[in-house]
Design a binder for this molecule. Structure first.
Ligand SMILES: *Cc1c(COP(=O)(O)O)cnc(C)c1O
Length: 362
């Protein structure tokens, strides 16, 4: 068993994916070929955002978004310490300082109620993460941003396809950035990502920054990056899009099964009623994580901790913000992600939950 079975998906989509790859190999436009623009159109339509700008990875999309917003040295960006490192890394690469605000216990997402106290004269943006696939409280975060004249970048690397109050993740704020890393809910077969916005000027800036800041060939009006997503990877995501709705429904079925089995016995991160999750991870907070990990390992079932060390405790980042984040510290000791994916049999989820419950003394 694997955390996410990527090969089952390929077996199902072999013919359309192979054909899409062959088309690219034959037309030969390996960089910025027609599939890039087509994917950007399809994804923009899906999210409801006016623009989609694909990028070399989710991390690159975050960096390009910050650069387009003109975030620079001396600026501060408020974010969560309970995320994959790329969230804070992009802020630091842009030259700014991450300011860590603690998370809510129920969702492990940035706690909107704690943001205003940390807004200062150098704050430029807020970067919430839609952790495990569930958006943060974006309306509350957007309201704080509006009051203080800040941009909001949703790190939606784990949440493409999720909904919040009838709107789609990636279209919930100034800019939304996602990732097509293979194990994300919508993955390619390498690295890829995208930034979404409905602001025409920001979209134009991101398109230019993605290609070395060029307004036209060999004329560079900004400092940019080499941050394009290649045509082959765009073709692969396009080939997977037709199955995406079905896959999200299958993820939801697996999550529902886990939720029923854990109800009242093990803490989970089930989405709030006004939003959905795409379950990039299915994560629980058992009482006795070490025992659960050991029992799963003994049964040959993989599990993972997302994340064992919060970013404000990482050696490279620990000096950047002295404020404490005790909930993130606590979650890092408690959380455990279980196998999840559209091709995980419900019987397998039942077996996994049984082992978890027995090991956790429930
Ligand atoms: C995966 C991930 C990223 C980075 O995406 P890449 O495509 O791997 O660069 C950023 N933030 C979060 C929360 C992620 O899970």
């Amino acid at each position: 068993m694997e955390m996410t079975d990527l090969k089952a998906q390929y077996r199902l989509l072999r013919a359309p994916i192979d054909a899409a790859v062959r088309r690219v190999l034959e037309h030969g436009q390996y960089i910025m070929g027609p599939e890039v623009a087509e994917l950007e159109r399809r994804l923009a339509d899906y999210t409801g955002a006016r623009h989609c700008v694909t990028a070399a990875s989710g991390t690159e999309a975050l960096l390009i978004a910050l650069m387009a917003l003109d975030v620079r040295p001396g600026d501060e960006v408020i974010t969560t310490p309970f995320s994959f490192i790329a969230t804070a890394e992009a802020i630091v690469l842009a030259g700014a300082r991450p300011v860590f605000v603690d998370v809510e216990p129920g969702s492990a997402n940035l706690d909107a109620a704690r943001i205003a106290a940390r807004v200062g004269p150098r704050t430029r943006a807020i970067m919430p993460v839609s952790l495990y696939g569930q958006p943060a409280d974006m309306d509350a975060i957007n309201a704080i941003a509006l009051e203080h004249g800040l941009a909001v970048i949703e790190d939606a690397a784990q949440s493409f396809g999720a909904a919040y109050r009838g709107r789609r993740s990636c279209n919930l704020s100034t800019i939304g950035c996602t990732s097509f890393f293979p194990s994300k809910p919508l993955g390619c077969y390498g690295d890829g990502g995208a930034a979404f916005t409905s602001d025409d000027a920001l979209a134009q800036a991101m398109r230019e920054i993605r290609v070395h800041g060029q307004a036209r060939r060999y004329h560079h009006t900004r400092v940019g990056v080499g941050g394009r997503m290649d045509t082959l990877q765009c073709a692969i995501v396009l080939a997977k899009l037709d199955l995406f709705a079905q896959e999200l429904a299958a993820r939801q079925r697996v999550a529902n099964r886990y939720e029923r089995l854990f109800a009242g016995r093990v803490a989970t991160f089930a989405p709030r009623p006004d939003r959905t999750s795409v379950y990039a991870q299915y994560t629980i907070a058992p009482r006795n994580r070490a025992a659960v990990q050991a029992a799963l390992q003994l049964a040959g079932i993989p599990s993972a901790v997302h994340y064992p060390v919060p970013i404000h405790r990482q050696p490279a980042y620990a000096g950047m913000d002295q404020a404490g984040c005790p909930r993130a510290d606590q979650l890092a000791q408690r959380v455990l992600s279980l196998p999840m994916g559209p091709y995980l049999a419900e019987a397998a989820a039942e077996r996994i939950a049984g082992i978890v419950l027995a090991a956790d003394g429930r």
